[in-house]
Design a protein around this ligand. Structure first.
Ligand SMILES: Cc1ncc(COP(=O)(O)O)c(C=O)c1O
Ligand SMILES: N[C@@H](CCOP(=O)(O)O)C(=O)O
Length: 471
């Protein structure tokens, strides 16, 4: 199976090359050239099987033999053995037809672990088999960074540099990135927003000399393998609720659009999904876009769900590509407009296609707090602020269609955001035992200006230093 770029000008690549490449050389994002399809009987057969078994069945056709099946199977088993819940991503009922898919039982307490645990193993495997090294650069609003640091720390084949917005992540998130004493891990606090960090990472990939010199690779959801691995839990959740014969909707707290795109991928692969609800916080660019067709950036507002404080939802480009009948030229035009005027307009046809499958609902700060408080009062369940966005948006979906079960994705453990949770519920959630001393560990990070060349200079020097030390 080859993978094509959304901008239509980069070489088509197999799974392993797309995995190592991250962002395509034309600035686009990779997608499989066609969607493998799982039959209703195959999906029905997922009932009662372990998460790892379902992952093998879903990812097998996407990897398509590019990595030997036995190796893939072994890496999947290892990835999910470290989760603190036997079901890996358990489902719990919150209300009539409202379910929560808990995605925070991995090592760093957020949904990113589900894909990142596998991504780390896949990259290490491919690099070792090629005798190669890579410099991983990633942008984070808090959770991708911690999951990536955890997955890649100590690996011989990689140096990893994580850019996060200085002062705009929670203390727990920051400490998860800055207290890992491993010589291949570098936490960079950039004086800017998440969007600035993400733009810098993309610019590094588009800076061909730098990219090739350092053998850059990416761990954000611009990397196709991340999205592919996240598609698995849509299958396990839907099947647990009677799928594929009973359609289910999903409500997803959304920032970079990777997680909800994974649901759309599951649907492309044959999973009946009624609706995909985009839940946004006060940074409501996607909700406004679905309403008007105009993708228009404003300034980023700091919220209690900082991981979603995003204006440039990278993976939306993948959805646009499909909605524009895979017309790379159209996507190049839209993205050029975004660069020049911070906005673009989606044409009527593609917009209608998007609206056929997606709804959107913006949840303001008062409603996020109210959702945490009300859910706690009525059920005793403590939501984190991101999951509260998804849950509130799920309730909006249920108002329209009360008979279709809605699964709200619970993307982080409440202990990652203890201050916001305590303010709303009066409960201060405790970190699990393996992280109990997190606040006492020593931190190491470098503050850098919001300046591309300064960050590139730093990475070049440090990547060399790490190689020098290892030599
Ligand atoms: C806890 C949490 N919830 C939701 C999101 C949004 O997910 P996505 O960026 O895939 O839309 C993020 C960030 O990615 C996150 O860290
Ligand atoms: N919310 C994310 C932002 C990056 O998202 P990604 O899924 O593209 O890696 C984070 O926590 O870092």
């Amino acid at each position: 199976m080859l993978h094509v770029s959304t901008r239509g000008e980069a070489p088509a690549l197999g799974f392993s090359d797309a995995l190592l490449t991250g962002l395509a050389r034309d600035g686009g994002l990779y997608l499989p050239e066609k969607w493998p399809s799982l039959s209703a009987d195959t999906i029905k057969g997922f009932a009662g099987r372990s998460y790892a078994e379902v992952a093998k069945a879903v990812l097998g056709p996407l990897v398509d033999g590019d990595i030997p099946a036995a190796d893939l199977s072994h890496m999947i088993d290892e990835s999910y053995a470290s989760f603190r819940h036997d079901a890996v991503c358990p489902l719990t009922q919150l209300d009539d037809n409202l379910f929560l898919l808990e995605l925070f039982h991995g090592p760093t307490l957020a949904f990113k672990d589900v894909a990142m645990q596998l991504l780390g193993r896949l990259m290490d495997h491919v690099l070792k088999s090629r005798g190669a090294r890579a410099t991983i650069v990633g942008a984070t609003s808090g959770d991708t960074g911690s999951a990536a640091v955890e997955a890649f720390k100590g690996l011989d084949q990689v140096d990893i540099f994580i850019l996060y917005p200085h002062g705009r992540v929670s203390d727990v998130q920051r400490r998860q990135m800055t207290t890992v004493a491993s010589p291949n891990v570098h936490a960079l606090a950039v004086e800017g927003t998440f969007d600035d960090c993400q733009n810098m990472v993309k610019a590094m990939f588009n800076h061909r000399g730098f990219r090739d010199e350092l053998q850059l690779s990416g761990v954000n959801s611009i990397n196709w393998a991340r999205v592919a691995a996240q598609a698995v839990y849509y299958f396990t959740a839907a099947v647990a609720l009677g799928g594929p014969h009973r359609p289910v909707s999903f409500s997803v707290p959304t920032g970079n659009f990777g997680d909800i795109l994974a649901g759309w991928v599951a649907k492309r692969m044959g999973l009946p999904i009624e609706r995909l609800m985009i839940g946004t916080n006060a940074n409501d660019i996607l909700a406004r876009t679905l309403q008007s067709g105009a993708y228009e950036m404003k300034g980023v507002e700091a919220t209690t769900s900082p991981s979603m404080d995003i204006q440039i939802s990278s993976n939306f480009e993948r959805l646009l590509f499909e909605s524009y009948d895979r017309n790379g030229e159209a996507i190049r035009r839209l993205m050029a407009s975004l660069n020049q005027s911070r906005s673009f307009m989606i044409e009527a046809g593609p917009l209608a296609r998007i609206r056929e499958e997606f709804s959107a609902h913006a949840v303001n700060e008062a409603s996020v707090a109210d959702e945490m408080a009300q859910t706690y009062r009525s059920t005793g369940y403590v939501l984190d602020p991101h999951s509260a966005v998804g849950t509130r948006a799920a309730r909006a979906l249920l108002k329209d269609k009360p008979d279709v079960p809605v699964v709200a994705l619970s993307t982080a453990h409440p202990a990652k955001f203890p201050d916001a949770v305590e303010r709303a519920t009066g409960v201060r959630p405790a970190l699990p035992p393996h992280m109990a001393d997190l606040m006492e560990r020593n931190e190491s990070f470098t503050v850098l200006p919001n300046d591309q060349s300064a960050v590139e200079r730093f990475i070049r020097e440090r990547a060399r230093a790490v190689k020098g030390a290892a030599a």
